[in-house]
Design a protein around this ligand. Structure first.
Ligand code: GLC
Length: 585
């Protein structure tokens, strides 16, 4: 006969209570531990009673196919089920713009582009599509959405923000309902994660993992609202930020985590640390006993200890046995984790639902992504109404990001940092232009613009940033185009042909000086695999409706520059042209 905790007809709290009553201390500590797939075996999951495994950015099985992901997931899950109590694991990934670790997955626009759509319902639909692709590979936990409020465009994670003012990320918390479904144990539901709590986008200088120097009133006003919205939408987990608040690491901040998040906001899910995030608490490298007890006592429930998970367990056991971490704290953490596992239905359906595996990269999901790409395009300049382009005649296309899936997808794509090149199936912006222009149009492409002459009626320069993620993308210096792009555009201008610039970037760039020489400018952000959506707007198949989620600087020296701060931008947050409103400048 099934034990009470194994009985799905019982209320979740009763199942949790029954299970906890059967758990040893080591079984509880195992539940609080998350290891990285490359540093843990299935046998380890069984031996150490681990509660969770993750894929870090780009960490995939070989071959990197949906089926082999599902096989990997099931191998780890079966190992968890082989423990005496058979508590299933949670497997976490960063599916931050599609199931981006998986080759062949649909890659959606990064959050900055979704913010430009001003369409929360669309973003919820994207959440549902991502949940299906993630579920099809077995994975049941997504470290998304990032609800950061990016205040300084120098930050390498600006593109992970839906907008620079809290109402935008708050409105896009709808993605949580897409990911988690109407019920956590519903078909293809995955656990969502509101991250990174708290104030990750507000650091001085936009330094990644830096110090957010704000009064409590300002921290609450600017950075807290999206987490309230996420909790109202039932988000199941919250990830803590690497950053500090007025010099204190968030990973060790009991007031912000326990008093505010769990107390005042009533968050009943569980709190997970970031990758080795607890190691930074004591200011020294590595994991110390002080790191461990401070993090757990601050209110962190599960620790992402990718490689050092054995050491973490040993240190925490010693802290509990020494009475420096109360068993009541351990029980609170384990209760929160188990509650989500029961609510997800993992005890009843622990293995991959293979009926979703074929949704990875499906044409339906790619069509949705194409719609999102089109809605994310922001037309910033259109003098002489050079846009929309008409088919026919001769069109020239140039630029390092015109025919590059990697560049148009940005960071967190196949690898952690992303990379230029043909890294995963999709439609480049150039291919999209060719499709939209049709067979009656001559479309000539040359990466650097060489070969252009006055016989072309228009030139499109697709330029901007190459992929980066997190601190690798911090830009403390200039925020302008690189010389490759400036040279490409100069080559096009020298032919005396109208130039349309399409900017593929994770943030506004410092382009005011060049703008007068451009006939049109479209912010494409980081559209992902469905570049057809960019062409849909360039050719008017879809009318541009995108609006800036971030203020566009007049110069990098203005950073940070945000709505309402009294500085004069090049374009204000909310700006975006349509093809109806002629641009008479
Ligand atoms: C990274 C990021 C976080 C991500 C985690 C796991 O360093 O800060 O957003 O979820 O580690 O990949």
């Amino acid at each position: 006969a099934a034990l009470p905790y194994q009985d799905p007809s019982l209320p979740v709290p009763d199942r949790v209570a029954d299970l906890m009553g059967r758990m040893s201390l080591d079984e509880k500590l195992g539940q609080m531990t998350q290891a990285e797939r490359g540093s843990v075996s299935a046998a380890d999951v069984t031996t150490y009673r681990l509660g969770s495994v993750l894929s870090g950015g780009g960490s995939a099985p070989s071959p990197n196919t949906p089926a082999s992901w599902a096989d990997m997931y099931d191998r780890f899950q079966n190992a968890a089920l082989a423990t005496p109590l058979g508590i299933p694991i949670l497997y976490g990934v960063d599916a931050v713009h599609g199931h981006n670790n998986v080759v062949g997955a649909t890659i959606f626009p990064h959050n900055i582009g979704l913010g430009a759509t001003r369409d929360p319902a669309l973003v919820q639909r994207i959440g549902r599509a991502v949940a299906e692709e993630v579920s099809g590979t077995g994975v049941d936990w997504n470290f998304a959405p990032c609800l950061c409020v990016a205040r300084n465009d120098r930050w390498g994670r600006t593109y992970e923000s839906f907008g620079e003012t809290p109402e935008l990320p708050s409105s896009m918390a709808t993605i949580i309902n897409g990911l988690q479904g109407t019920a956590l144990d519903g078909p293809a539901s995955v656990l969502a994660t509101a991250k990174h709590y708290l104030g990750d986008g507000g650091t001085t200088g936009g330094v990644d993992q830096g110090d957010t120097q704000l009064s409590e009133a300002d921290l609450r006003a600017i950075h807290l609202p999206p987490f309230r919205a996420a909790i109202e939408r039932g988000v199941g987990s919250v990830m803590i930020s690497y950053s500090s608040w007025n010099g204190t690491k968030l990973h060790g901040h009991q007031y912000v985590i326990t008093t505010v998040l769990k107390g005042e906001l009533g968050f009943s899910g569980f709190v997970v640390s970031d990758w080795n995030g607890i190691d930074q608490i004591d200011g020294a490298a590595g994991t110390s006993a002080l790191d461990v007890r401070t993090a757990i006592n601050a209110g962190i429930d599960m620790v992402m200890a990718p490689t050092g998970w054995r050491q973490f367990i040993d240190l925490l056991r010693a802290e509990v046995q020494a009475g420096r971490v109360a068993t009541a704290r351990v029980d609170d953490a384990v209760r929160r984790i188990l509650t989500k596992k029961f609510e997800l239905g993992l005890f009843e359906k622990p293995l991959t639902d293979r009926s979703y595996t074929a949704t990875v990269g499906s044409s339906a999901h790619r069509a949705l992504a194409r719609e999102a790409v089109a809605k994310s395009q922001v037309v910033l300049k259109n003098s002489g109404n050079v846009l929309p382009l008409a088919p026919g005649g001769k069109i020239f296309v140039a630029g390092k990001s015109a025919d590059d899936i990697g560049n148009q997808s940005g960071g967190w794509t196949v690898s952690w940092q992303g990379s230029s090149g043909n890294i995963t199936p999709g439609t480049t912006i150039l291919q999209g232009i060719r499709n939209a222009a049709g067979s009656g149009t001559t479309v000539t492409y040359s990466r650097d613009g060489s070969g252009i002459d006055g016989s072309y009626r228009v030139a499109i320069a697709v330029v901007g940033e190459t992929p980066y993620a997190e601190g690798e993308g911090d830009r403390p210096g200039g925020l302008g185009l690189d010389t490759t792009d400036l040279n490409t555009i100069a080559t096009l201008r020298a032919a005396g042909v109208p130039v349309v610039v399409v900017l593929v970037s994770g943030r506004p760039l410092d382009i005011a000086a060049q703008l007068p020489n451009w006939n049109a400018l479209v912010a494409a952000w980081l559209p992902g695999t469905e570049g057809q959506g960019v062409a849909d707007v360039l050719f008017g198949a879809v009318q541009p409706t995108g609006k800036l989620p971030m203020t566009w600087m007049s110069s990098a020296s203005q950073q940070p520059i945000n709505a309402g701060d009294g500085k004069t931008p090049l374009f204000a947050q909310g700006f975006g042209l349509t093809y109806e409103t002629p641009d008479d400048d």
